[in-house]
Design a protein around this ligand. Structure first.
Ligand SMILES: Cc1cc2nc3c(=O)[nH]c(=O)nc-3n(C[C@H](O)[C@H](O)[C@H](O)COP(=O)(O)O)c2cc1C
Length: 236
C-alpha cells in the first residue's frame, strides 16, 4: 500500500469535507514508481471534468504520454532546455514586466522549493537540476499534456483552470498527488511534433500525477498564501 505524505480521512457525510482536502493538497515533485491503475486515472479524469465552464463548452483536453513517446519527448525537452533553445509560447502566462508585489510571491515560492532541497540561492547548478525535472514530469508514473483548441481567449483558460484544480483535488481525495507543469508551455512546437498535433492544439501545461514519495526532500516544500484582505474586501 503506497504511503501518503499526510493521511487524512475524508468523510463525505461530514458538513465540511472540503476544508481538509483543500488544505492538504500540495504540489508534489517527488514520486514513487508505483503505477497508477488505469481505472483510477480514468475516475480522476471523469471527476475533473465535472468542473463548470462558460456555456458548458468544457474546453481543453488531456493526453497521457507513455512508453517510447514519453521517453523521446522528455529526452528532446531536456536537450532543448540544456541547449538554451527557445520557442514562442502559445499564450502569455505571467505579466511582463512582473510587478514587485507578484515578484515577491514568486521569489517566496522559489525559496520554499529550493529551501526544501537545501539548494542555495546562488547555486545555479542545483536550481537547474531541479528545473530540469519539469521536463521529465518529475518521474511521475502518469505524465499529462494539457491542450486547448486554438481560438479560446482568457475565458477558456479560466474554464480549463477549474478542470485542473478539480483534477488535483480528485486525485488527492484518492490518495494521489499532482503537480502542474507550466514550464512545458515553453516548447509547444516540440510537444506538438512528438504528439502528432497540429497548430490548432495549443499547449497549455503538463501535469505530473502519482503516489507521493514521502522520503523525497522536495516534497517538504510548503508555500503560503497572501492575507485575505489582499484579495477580498467588502464594500457598501
Ligand atoms: C498552472 C500551473 C503551472 C505550474 N507550473 C509549475 C512548474 O512548471 N514547475 C513547478 O515545479 N511547479 C509548477 N506549479 C506549481 C506551483 O509552483 C505551486 O502550485 C505554487 O507554488 C503553490 O504551491 P502548492 O501547489 O504546493 O500549494 C504550477 C502550478 C500551476 C497551477
Amino acid at each position: 500500500m503506497p504511503k501518503r505524505i499526510a493521511s487524512i480521512i475524508f468523510d463525505v457525510n461530514s458538513p465540511d469535507f472540503f476544508s481538509p482536502l483543500a488544505q492538504a493538497r500540495r504540489s508534489v515533485r517527488g514520486y514513487l514508481s508505483t503505477p497508477v491503475p488505469d481505472a483510477l486515472l480514468h475516475d480522476v479524469m471523469r471527476l475533473a471534468r465535472l468542473a463548470p465552464s462558460g456555456a458548458n463548452l468544457q474546453p481543453g483536453a488531456f493526453i497521457a504520454v507513455q512508453g517510447s513517446v514519453r521517453a523521446q519527448l522528455c529526452a528532446e525537452l531536456v536537450a532543448s532546455w540544456r541547449a538554451g533553445e527557445q520557442e514562442k509560447e502559445d499564450y502569455d502566462y505571467f505579466p511582463n514586466p512582473m510587478p514587485m508585489t507578484l515578484r515577491r510571491r514568486q521569489v517566496a515560492a522559489a525559496q520554499a522549493l529550493y529551501g526544501a532541497l537545501g539548494v542555495a540561492r546562488d547555486d545555479r547548478a542545483g536550481r537547474d537540476a531541479q528545473f530540469e525535472q519539469n521536463f521529465r514530469f518529475f518521474d511521475a508514473p502518469v505524465a499529462l499534456i494539457v491542450t486547448m483548441p486554438h481560438g479560446f481567449g482568457s475565458g477558456g483558460y479560466m474554464d480549463l483552470g477549474m478542470t485542473l484544480y478539480g483534477l488535483m483535488l480528485a486525485a488527492h481525495a484518492k490518495g494521489l498527488s499532482t503537480c502542474a507543469i507550466g514550464a512545458l508551455a515553453s516548447y509547444p512546437g516540440l510537444i506538438r511534433k512528438h504528439l502528432a498535433l497540429d497548430a490548432s492544439s495549443h499547449i497549455v501545461c503538463g501535469m505530473a500525477l502519482g503516489y507521493a514519495d514521502p522520503e523525497a526532500p522536495v516534497n517538504q516544500t510548503q508555500t503560503t498564501r497572501c492575507e485575505l484582505d489582499e484579495y477580498f474586501k467588502v464594500m457598501g
